[in-house]
Design a protein around this ligand. Structure first.
Ligand SMILES: Nc1ncnc2c1ncn2[C@@H]1O[C@H](COP(=O)(O)OP(=O)(O)OP(=O)(O)O)[C@@H](O)[C@H]1O
Ligand SMILES: O=C(CO)[C@H](O)[C@H](O)COP(=O)(O)O
Length: 403
């Protein structure tokens, strides 16, 4: 006998106490309904969910400040699973959700409880927990993880207003990306794997200038002012989440050019927690050893300032970790196969898959350095984690709730 837990979603802001039901293995469908209050009009949705081990939603958290490469990472991740990620068909054109065959990426900005005017009036930033509804975030992520569709709010980045909600169905893989996926302990506990993109201030500044000045017409002063205004809340509420992440991609200025302040050549560190279920850290040459490797020479073309890899064990916020580091940038992406062939535990399905993914998205930011390389590898590790979780459930007892 299998146990499924399901919820009656009564309104945007409340969910009923979970009801437990016992299902035989042959009986896989549950009736669910949700009602939500929209514009003072009560609406209801009915439907069925499939409550089976194979259809379990795996939940991934991706945390980073705004403009730190979350969208780029998501594009790499969804590409690993195949198929293009698109906004919900026929829905709000300003929806922040991206759906592909295997994945749904939801943006946690949708859980802002204060709109742009509200934040201004109260004098709080979007990074402040008081501007976000963590109760609803928890209830809805929990429901989706249990295989139940929800009416998720939408924060409209164009108007700065909270738009009517959109129906979000449970996918195979749910990615919650944004400022606070690991801030609330209840939400954190729902994550099967978590990633933090840790972009140093110097690099963040360089990327912001590139995007907001070149592409959005902002002035240098306004970019500086916006970074400074966010910094206290970033330090208080966003940055501390990295201690909980299973993998951190840290992006720093290069050490290969003395006193570099251009921020173009990057030193990127992939910090991988040891002992995480279904996740075996990547290693270079020899697992657990400390290795320094300059691969430039006959097999890899390197112009100034060259490329340096390092690998070894370390501790990070009191946890044992393995760290793989790449400083410098590739001249020729097709030669990446040489680097790939020296890395182990990269969870590829065939020889050269990392290189193939990188070549496929050569135009994405970071494809010539460790940001693109490590994002691609983490994408492959997530595919592997997903497949292991599903494999572990098949044939086992049916459990729809992991609360
Ligand atoms: N790996 C990278 N190397 C160089 N520049 C990058 C990299 N990743 C992102 N950028 C720069 O940062 C900008 C923002 O990237 P992206 O849209 O992926 O971030 P985001 O976190 O999703 O941003 P937002 O939350 O503001 O939508 C890009 O337009 C690009 O200029
Ligand atoms: O940090 C952010 C996104 O990650 C935004 O600043 C936040 O969502 C507020 O949005 P807006 O800039 O539209 O007022």
């Amino acid at each position: 006998m299998a146990i499924c837990t399901f919820y009656t979603i009564q309104s945007l802001n409340s969910i009923s106490t979970p009801t437990k039901t016992h299902l035989g293995f042959h009986q896989k469908q549950l009736l669910f309904y949700s009602t939500s209050k929209k514009n003072s009009r009560r609406e209801s949705t009915t439907g069925t969910i499939t409550c089976s081990a194979e259809n379990k939603t795996v939940v991934i958290g991706l945390a980073a400040d705004s403009g730190c490469g979350k969208s780029t990472f998501m594009r790499r991740l969804t590409s690993v699973f195949g198929g293009a990620a698109e906004p919900p068909k026929g829905g709000n054109p300003d929806s922040n959700t991206l759906i592909s065959d295997m994945t749904t990426v939801i943006c946690l900005d949708d859980y802002h409880s204060l709109d742009r005017t509200g934040r201004k009036e109260k004098g709080v930033t979007a990074l402040d927990p008081r501007a976000n509804n963590f109760d609803l975030m928890y209830e809805q992520v929990k429901a989706l993880k249990s295989g139940i569709a929800v009416e998720k709010p939408i924060y409209n980045h164009v108007s700065g207003l909270l738009d009517p909600p959109e129906l979000t169905k449970p996918p195979k893989i749910l990615v919650i990306e944004g400022l606070h996926p690991m801030y609330d302990e209840r939400v954190r506990d729902l994550l099967d794997f978590s990633i933090y993109l840790d972009i140093s201030n110097e690099v963040k500044f360089a990327w912001k200038i590139q995007r907001d000045m070149a592409e959005r017409g902002h002035s240098l002063e306004s970019i500086k002012a916006s970074i400074e205004a966010r910094k206290p809340d970033f330090d208080a509420y966003i940055d501390p989440q990295k201690q909980y992440a299973d993998a951190v991609i840290e992006v720093l200025p290069t050490q290969l050019i003395p006193d570099d302040n251009e921020g173009k050549v990057l030193r990127v560190r992939l910090i991988m927690k040891e002992g995480v279920k279904y996740f075996n850290p990547v290693y270079l040459f020899d697992e657990g050893s400390t290795v320094s490797w300059i691969p430039c020479g006959r097999k890899l073309t390197c112009s100034y300032p060259g490329i340096k890899f390092s690998y070894g064990p370390d501790t990070y916020y009191g946890n044992e970790v393995s760290v793989l580091e790449m400083d410098g940038q590739f001249d020729r992406l097709d030669e990446l196969i040489y680097i790939e062939s020296h890395l182990s535990n990269i969870s590829t399905k065939f020889y050269g898959e990392v290189t193939q993914q990188m070549l496929k998205h050569a135009d994405f930011p970071g494809s010539n350095n460790g940001t693109g390389l490590f994002q691609t590898i983490v994408g492959l590790k997530i595919r592997d984690l997903y497949e292991q979780i599903i494999a572990s459930k098949v044939g086992g007892p049916l459990e729809a709730s992991r609360a």
